[in-house]
Design a protein around this ligand. Structure first.
Ligand code: GLN
Length: 477
């Protein structure tokens, strides 16, 4: 599909109707989704919403910068009146009672929401195999996973169902599937985008962000979604950061940090080469390459898999089979809770609830949760130090290429290890983005760029430059 920027320009100028764009998108879903299982549902209002945009344009109204752009939501973001299951059985019949703030803002800018994307249950996973509704498939090789947890969203963009999809990223769930599907995925700074109407997974880590083919498109969508929202106390007043005067393709003088801890012995040599080739492009264009160290990085995964389950266990407490969704009645109230949660939640969700409850329970929380929180502070300090010497950090997004469906499913630890390069940015609350940087055996590789808190601008600048000198993002599955 065309980029969001081109679609909006065409629709605004009357060259195309929003309806024709949305029909093209729905046709692509109709013919491709059976094989890929990227979308769990299409919104029945999409055509009518598009016609409304066309009517308003015909009446001379300015409908906004996303005029007629089809957008796929992740199945954990509320769109009033639409099913919203978070990939879970426990919410298989749940319809959203109100709109998330991102829904409201995207529509106010003229976007047409077309459907909801498959995901790992409650966004826990790295392959989309934890969905109650079956795995999504990678369009580059349908026998392989698309990554996760926002796998369905990534597939929707990579397969040309829509130019934009939203994901949520708690430990890598936007960047990792973007890398494995060969597209752009941005996790904004914690607080940049309102989470009102996003089903909470880990409240100190979750952020909503876009998938797109180009960095320009991701930036456009961020411009619409970001900013303070009275409905989310953690959303920030931080200014958007005006696009710098420097032309978008200019990285002369930009300091690019390369952390030695991210390029270790034993890592996939092909991925290492793709990422270092990308770094060389920056150097060639006059960027300064700075070797840096993030000494606490090796503890990030361990800290994440204490903090994340702990917060998840707490947030998932609300699903009791009485107020929400799936319900299974027992002889006693306790038995009803046990049955509803036992049958409604999948295996990985139950594993995290047990793990999270354990590490935060009396007598253990000092040894686990509190210690992990201290490690988190050290990780944050590492980045603060590093960003004194560089403006962006370049690293791999994923330690492996898209793997065969089923390969890691029975081995949670190897699944967790696939998050090794992404969880630090969430723990440190910094913005990070994955950009396609090559192919190995026909499978995409992602370059991860990280920046200071609220400095998404440097990510856009670096990402736009990189896409202007490479064509990996132009290849389609
Ligand atoms: N893969 C990570 C996990 O399973 C990250 C998930 C996410 O970012 N939502 O927790």
């Amino acid at each position: 599909m065309e980029t969001a920027i081109n679609i909006a320009a065409d629709v605004r100028s009357g060259k195309r109707t929003a309806e024709s764009v949305v029909r093209e998108s729905l046709d692509a879903i109709e013919s491709g989704n059976g094989k890929l299982n990227a979308l769990l549902g299409v919104f029945s209002s999409a055509i009518e919403d598009a016609r409304e945009i066309d009517r308003r344009i015909a009446a001379g109204e300015d409908v906004g910068v996303l005029a007629g752009v089809p957008i796929v939501m992740k199945d954990n973001m509320l769109v009033r009146g639409e099913r919203c299951s978070a990939g879970s059985r426990i919410l298989e019949n749940y319809d959203a009672p109100y709109d998330s703030t991102v829904t409201t803002r995207l529509r106010a800018a003229g976007a047409v929401l077309i459907g909801r994307a498959n995901m790992d249950e409650f966004a826990m996973g790295s392959s989309t195999e934890n969905s109650h509704y079956g795995p999504s498939r990678n369009p580059w090789d349908v026998s392989r996973v698309p990554g996760g947890s926002s796998g369905g969203s990534a597939v929707a963009v990579a397969a040309g169902f829509a130019p934009i999809a939203l994901g949520s990223d708690t430990g890598g769930s936007i960047r990792q599937p973007a890398a494995l599907c060969g597209i752009v995925g941005l996790k904004p700074t914690f607080g940049r985008v309102s989470r009102h109407g996003l089903m909470a997974l880990s409240s100190s880590l979750d952020q909503i962000g876009p998938f797109a083919r180009t960095v320009e498109d991701a930036e456009l969508v961020m411009g619409v979604m970001q900013g303070k929202d009275e409905m989310d106390a953690t959303s920030s007043y931080a200014p958007a950061g005006a696009s710098e005067d420097k032309s978008a393709n200019e990285v002369k003088g930009l300091r690019v940090g390369v952390p030695k801890e991210y390029f270790v012995e034993g890592m996939d040599e092909n991925i290492k080469k793709s990422v270092l080739d990308a770094v060389a492009e920056f150097e060639r264009a006059g960027a300064e390459i700075v070797p840096i160290s993030l000494p606490t990085a090796e503890y990030a995964l361990a800290a994440y898999y204490v903090i994340q389950p702990c917060e998840a266990a707490s947030n998932l407490g609300r699903f009791d089979g009485i107020r929400f969704g799936y319900s299974s009645e027992g002889q006693t109230l306790l038995e009803s809770y046990e049955r509803s949660r036992g049958e409604g939640f999948g295996a990985e969700t139950q594993r995290r609830i047990i793990l999270g409850t354990f590490v935060s329970s009396a007598g253990y929380s000092d040894a686990f949760y509190k210690k992990a929180s201290k490690v988190r502070t050290l990780i944050k300090r590492d980045f603060d130090e590093a960003f004194k010497r560089c403006d962006v950090i370049a690293a791999p997004t994923s330690p492996s290429l898209a793997w065969p469906i089923g390969e890691k499913f029975a081995d949670p630890l190897s699944m967790y290890l696939s998050d090794i390069y992404t969880v630090s940015a969430n723990l440190a609350t910094i913005p990070a983005m994955s950009v396609p940087c090559g192919f190995v055996d026909g499978l995409p590789v992602g370059l991860q760029l990280m920046a200071r808190p609220f400095d998404e601008q440097s990510l856009y600048r670096a990402g736009k430059f990189y896409q202007s000198v490479t064509d990996h993002h132009l290849k389609t599955a």
